[in-house]
Ligand binder design. Structure first.
Ligand code: IPE
Ligand code: IPE
Ligand code: MG
Length: 254
Protein backbone atom coordinates (compact mmCIF):
# COMPACT_ATOMS: atom_id res chain seq x y z
CA UNK A 1 0.00 0.00 0.00
CA UNK A 2 1.32 3.43 -0.88
CA UNK A 3 1.40 5.83 2.03
CA UNK A 4 0.22 9.41 1.89
CA UNK A 5 2.79 12.00 2.98
CA UNK A 6 1.10 12.43 6.38
CA UNK A 7 0.83 8.80 7.31
CA UNK A 8 3.53 6.27 7.89
CA UNK A 9 2.62 3.03 9.55
CA UNK A 10 4.74 0.71 11.60
CA UNK A 11 3.81 -2.19 9.24
CA UNK A 12 5.68 -0.48 6.40
CA UNK A 13 8.99 -0.63 8.26
CA UNK A 14 11.39 -3.39 7.26
CA UNK A 15 12.20 -4.85 10.68
CA UNK A 16 15.43 -6.37 9.35
CA UNK A 17 16.85 -2.96 8.42
CA UNK A 18 16.05 -0.77 11.39
CA UNK A 19 18.86 1.74 12.08
CA UNK A 20 20.86 0.57 15.09
CA UNK A 21 21.53 4.12 16.28
CA UNK A 22 19.21 7.10 15.75
CA UNK A 23 20.27 10.58 16.88
CA UNK A 24 17.77 13.45 17.09
CA UNK A 25 18.15 17.22 17.20
CA UNK A 26 14.88 18.03 18.96
CA UNK A 27 14.15 21.54 17.72
CA UNK A 28 11.20 23.92 17.59
CA UNK A 29 9.81 24.05 21.14
CA UNK A 30 10.13 27.84 21.35
CA UNK A 31 8.39 28.50 18.02
CA UNK A 32 5.63 26.04 18.90
CA UNK A 33 4.94 27.88 22.18
CA UNK A 34 5.10 31.28 20.52
CA UNK A 35 2.59 30.27 17.85
CA UNK A 36 0.18 29.46 20.67
CA UNK A 37 0.84 32.71 22.54
CA UNK A 38 2.81 31.07 25.36
CA UNK A 39 6.30 31.45 26.80
CA UNK A 40 9.09 29.22 25.52
CA UNK A 41 9.06 26.97 28.58
CA UNK A 42 5.52 25.91 27.73
CA UNK A 43 6.99 24.47 24.51
CA UNK A 44 9.75 22.67 26.39
CA UNK A 45 7.16 21.09 28.71
CA UNK A 46 5.18 19.81 25.73
CA UNK A 47 8.41 18.64 24.13
CA UNK A 48 8.79 16.17 26.99
CA UNK A 49 5.62 14.39 25.84
CA UNK A 50 7.23 13.90 22.44
CA UNK A 51 10.40 12.61 24.09
CA UNK A 52 8.34 9.93 25.86
CA UNK A 53 6.49 8.94 22.69
CA UNK A 54 9.65 8.72 20.57
CA UNK A 55 11.60 6.72 23.16
CA UNK A 56 8.75 4.23 23.19
CA UNK A 57 8.43 4.11 19.40
CA UNK A 58 12.18 3.66 18.94
CA UNK A 59 12.48 0.82 21.43
CA UNK A 60 9.40 -0.89 19.97
CA UNK A 61 10.82 -1.10 16.47
CA UNK A 62 14.18 -2.33 17.71
CA UNK A 63 16.45 0.75 17.69
CA UNK A 64 19.36 -0.13 20.02
CA UNK A 65 20.75 3.38 20.64
CA UNK A 66 18.78 6.63 20.72
CA UNK A 67 20.71 9.87 21.25
CA UNK A 68 18.72 13.01 22.05
CA UNK A 69 20.26 16.48 21.85
CA UNK A 70 18.65 18.05 24.91
CA UNK A 71 20.95 20.97 25.72
CA UNK A 72 23.93 22.28 23.79
CA UNK A 73 27.03 24.09 25.04
CA UNK A 74 25.69 27.15 23.21
CA UNK A 75 22.29 26.88 24.94
CA UNK A 76 23.95 28.19 28.15
CA UNK A 77 23.78 31.59 26.41
CA UNK A 78 19.97 31.64 26.51
CA UNK A 79 18.16 33.87 29.05
CA UNK A 80 18.83 32.68 32.60
CA UNK A 81 15.13 32.04 33.25
CA UNK A 82 14.90 29.66 30.28
CA UNK A 83 18.10 27.83 31.31
CA UNK A 84 16.81 27.45 34.88
CA UNK A 85 13.44 26.23 33.64
CA UNK A 86 15.10 23.66 31.38
CA UNK A 87 17.25 22.37 34.24
CA UNK A 88 14.21 22.03 36.51
CA UNK A 89 12.36 20.21 33.77
CA UNK A 90 15.31 17.89 33.27
CA UNK A 91 15.49 16.82 36.93
CA UNK A 92 11.72 16.40 37.14
CA UNK A 93 11.48 14.37 33.92
CA UNK A 94 14.40 12.06 34.64
CA UNK A 95 13.04 11.37 38.11
CA UNK A 96 9.51 10.68 36.85
CA UNK A 97 10.69 8.49 34.00
CA UNK A 98 13.08 6.29 35.97
CA UNK A 99 10.53 3.55 36.81
CA UNK A 100 9.37 3.43 33.16
CA UNK A 101 12.93 3.19 31.88
CA UNK A 102 13.61 0.36 34.30
CA UNK A 103 10.43 -1.44 33.35
CA UNK A 104 11.11 -1.08 29.61
CA UNK A 105 14.75 -2.16 30.05
CA UNK A 106 16.15 1.09 28.73
CA UNK A 107 19.51 2.14 30.09
CA UNK A 108 20.29 5.84 30.42
CA UNK A 109 23.68 7.31 29.50
CA UNK A 110 24.85 10.89 29.05
CA UNK A 111 27.35 12.67 26.83
CA UNK A 112 28.54 16.23 27.38
CA UNK A 113 30.16 18.38 30.01
CA UNK A 114 27.65 17.41 32.67
CA UNK A 115 29.79 18.78 35.49
CA UNK A 116 28.50 22.17 34.36
CA UNK A 117 24.92 21.21 35.19
CA UNK A 118 23.45 22.18 38.57
CA UNK A 119 24.33 19.65 41.32
CA UNK A 120 20.69 18.59 41.57
CA UNK A 121 20.66 17.54 37.90
CA UNK A 122 23.91 15.67 38.24
CA UNK A 123 22.71 13.75 41.27
CA UNK A 124 19.47 12.76 39.56
CA UNK A 125 21.29 11.73 36.40
CA UNK A 126 23.76 9.61 38.37
CA UNK A 127 20.89 7.98 40.23
CA UNK A 128 18.97 7.11 37.06
CA UNK A 129 22.07 5.94 35.18
CA UNK A 130 22.79 3.58 38.08
CA UNK A 131 19.17 2.41 38.43
CA UNK A 132 18.85 1.59 34.72
CA UNK A 133 22.32 0.17 34.07
CA UNK A 134 21.08 -3.39 33.50
CA UNK A 135 18.69 -2.29 30.69
CA UNK A 136 19.41 -4.39 27.60
CA UNK A 137 16.63 -3.39 25.23
CA UNK A 138 17.85 0.07 24.27
CA UNK A 139 20.44 2.67 25.33
CA UNK A 140 19.09 6.19 25.67
CA UNK A 141 21.88 8.76 25.42
CA UNK A 142 21.10 12.30 26.54
CA UNK A 143 23.39 15.00 25.15
CA UNK A 144 23.59 17.63 27.88
CA UNK A 145 25.87 20.64 27.87
CA UNK A 146 27.20 18.89 24.80
CA UNK A 147 28.79 20.10 21.61
CA UNK A 148 30.72 18.18 18.99
CA UNK A 149 33.68 20.57 19.11
CA UNK A 150 33.81 20.42 22.91
CA UNK A 151 33.99 16.62 22.73
CA UNK A 152 36.75 16.65 20.11
CA UNK A 153 38.78 19.11 22.19
CA UNK A 154 38.45 17.08 25.40
CA UNK A 155 39.42 13.94 23.44
CA UNK A 156 42.52 15.64 22.03
CA UNK A 157 43.50 16.79 25.54
CA UNK A 158 43.09 13.24 26.84
CA UNK A 159 45.32 11.86 24.07
CA UNK A 160 47.89 14.63 24.63
CA UNK A 161 48.06 13.71 28.32
CA UNK A 162 48.55 10.03 27.40
CA UNK A 163 51.45 11.02 25.13
CA UNK A 164 52.94 13.17 27.88
CA UNK A 165 52.81 10.32 30.35
CA UNK A 166 54.28 7.86 27.85
CA UNK A 167 51.12 5.75 27.50
CA UNK A 168 50.97 6.30 23.74
CA UNK A 169 52.85 7.94 20.88
CA UNK A 170 51.69 10.32 18.11
CA UNK A 171 52.14 7.45 15.61
CA UNK A 172 49.52 5.43 17.47
CA UNK A 173 46.80 8.04 16.93
CA UNK A 174 44.25 6.67 14.49
CA UNK A 175 40.44 6.74 14.09
CA UNK A 176 40.02 4.16 16.84
CA UNK A 177 42.16 6.13 19.27
CA UNK A 178 40.17 9.31 18.73
CA UNK A 179 36.89 7.40 18.79
CA UNK A 180 37.55 5.91 22.16
CA UNK A 181 38.66 9.22 23.65
CA UNK A 182 35.31 10.79 22.72
CA UNK A 183 32.31 10.79 25.09
CA UNK A 184 30.57 8.65 22.46
CA UNK A 185 33.42 6.10 22.33
CA UNK A 186 31.39 3.18 23.65
CA UNK A 187 28.52 3.65 21.18
CA UNK A 188 28.30 2.90 17.45
CA UNK A 189 28.06 5.91 15.13
CA UNK A 190 24.50 7.06 14.31
CA UNK A 191 23.00 5.48 11.20
CA UNK A 192 20.27 8.09 11.05
CA UNK A 193 20.24 11.71 12.20
CA UNK A 194 16.87 13.48 12.44
CA UNK A 195 16.35 17.21 12.90
CA UNK A 196 12.89 18.62 13.46
CA UNK A 197 11.49 22.15 12.95
CA UNK A 198 12.62 22.67 9.35
CA UNK A 199 16.10 23.95 10.21
CA UNK A 200 18.72 22.29 8.05
CA UNK A 201 21.89 22.52 10.09
CA UNK A 202 23.91 20.44 12.55
CA UNK A 203 24.31 23.05 15.33
CA UNK A 204 27.49 21.49 16.73
CA UNK A 205 25.96 18.05 17.28
CA UNK A 206 27.90 14.80 16.74
CA UNK A 207 30.45 16.26 14.30
CA UNK A 208 32.86 13.33 14.16
CA UNK A 209 30.25 10.60 14.53
CA UNK A 210 27.90 11.60 11.69
CA UNK A 211 30.53 11.23 8.97
CA UNK A 212 28.36 8.59 7.21
CA UNK A 213 24.96 9.09 8.85
CA UNK A 214 21.86 9.51 6.72
CA UNK A 215 20.14 12.81 7.52
CA UNK A 216 16.39 13.36 7.66
CA UNK A 217 15.03 16.89 8.08
CA UNK A 218 11.44 17.10 9.26
CA UNK A 219 9.44 20.34 9.02
CA UNK A 220 7.44 19.41 12.13
CA UNK A 221 8.11 21.32 15.36
CA UNK A 222 9.29 18.99 18.15
CA UNK A 223 6.14 19.18 20.34
CA UNK A 224 4.06 18.15 17.30
CA UNK A 225 6.46 15.38 16.21
CA UNK A 226 4.55 12.13 16.60
CA UNK A 227 5.25 8.42 16.29
CA UNK A 228 4.16 8.54 12.60
CA UNK A 229 6.70 11.29 11.89
CA UNK A 230 9.37 9.09 13.45
CA UNK A 231 8.27 6.12 11.32
CA UNK A 232 8.44 8.36 8.26
CA UNK A 233 12.05 9.18 9.09
CA UNK A 234 12.81 5.46 9.41
CA UNK A 235 11.13 4.74 6.06
CA UNK A 236 13.09 7.56 4.47
CA UNK A 237 16.28 6.01 5.88
CA UNK A 238 15.29 2.61 4.51
CA UNK A 239 14.79 4.10 1.04
CA UNK A 240 18.41 5.31 0.91
CA UNK A 241 21.41 3.43 -0.38
CA UNK A 242 24.39 3.80 1.93
CA UNK A 243 27.52 3.49 -0.16
CA UNK A 244 30.34 4.52 2.21
CA UNK A 245 32.37 5.83 -0.73
CA UNK A 246 31.88 2.78 -2.94
CA UNK A 247 29.88 2.51 -6.17
CA UNK A 248 26.27 1.37 -6.32
CA UNK A 249 27.34 -1.86 -8.09
CA UNK A 250 29.78 -2.72 -5.32
CA UNK A 251 26.95 -2.55 -2.80
CA UNK A 252 24.95 -5.34 -4.54
CA UNK A 253 24.95 -8.67 -2.70
CA UNK A 254 27.17 -11.28 -4.39
C1 IPE B 1 14.73 22.95 21.12
O1 IPE B 1 13.78 23.92 20.90
C2 IPE B 1 15.03 22.70 22.58
C3 IPE B 1 16.34 23.20 23.05
C4 IPE B 1 17.26 23.73 22.31
C5 IPE B 1 16.60 23.10 24.48
P1 IPE B 1 14.15 25.45 20.83
O2 IPE B 1 14.07 26.02 22.21
O3 IPE B 1 15.45 25.65 20.15
O4 IPE B 1 12.96 26.02 19.95
P2 IPE B 1 13.06 27.09 18.77
O5 IPE B 1 14.10 26.60 17.83
O6 IPE B 1 13.43 28.39 19.39
O7 IPE B 1 11.69 27.09 18.18
C1 IPE C 1 20.14 22.68 18.79
O1 IPE C 1 19.05 23.53 18.71
C2 IPE C 1 20.35 22.25 20.21
C3 IPE C 1 19.33 21.35 20.75
C4 IPE C 1 18.32 20.85 20.12
C5 IPE C 1 19.53 20.99 22.15
P1 IPE C 1 19.23 25.13 18.76
O2 IPE C 1 17.87 25.70 18.64
O3 IPE C 1 20.01 25.52 19.95
O4 IPE C 1 20.11 25.41 17.46
P2 IPE C 1 20.25 26.72 16.58
O5 IPE C 1 20.58 27.84 17.53
O6 IPE C 1 18.95 26.96 15.90
O7 IPE C 1 21.33 26.41 15.61
MG1 MG D 1 15.98 25.92 18.22
Amino acid sequence: MKSSPRSAAIEEIDKTRVPEHVAIIMDGNGRWAKSKGHIRLFGHRHGVKTVREIIEAASEIGVKYLTLYAFSTENWNRPQSEVNGLMELLVETIKDETPTLMEKEIRLKTIGNIEQLPAKCNLQLAETVEATKEGKRMTLILALSYSGRWDIIQAVKKIARDIQSGKTTPENIDENALNSALNTGEFPNPDLLIRTSGEQRISNFLLWEIAYSEIHFSPVLWPDFKREDFYRAILDYQSRERRFGKTSEQMLPH
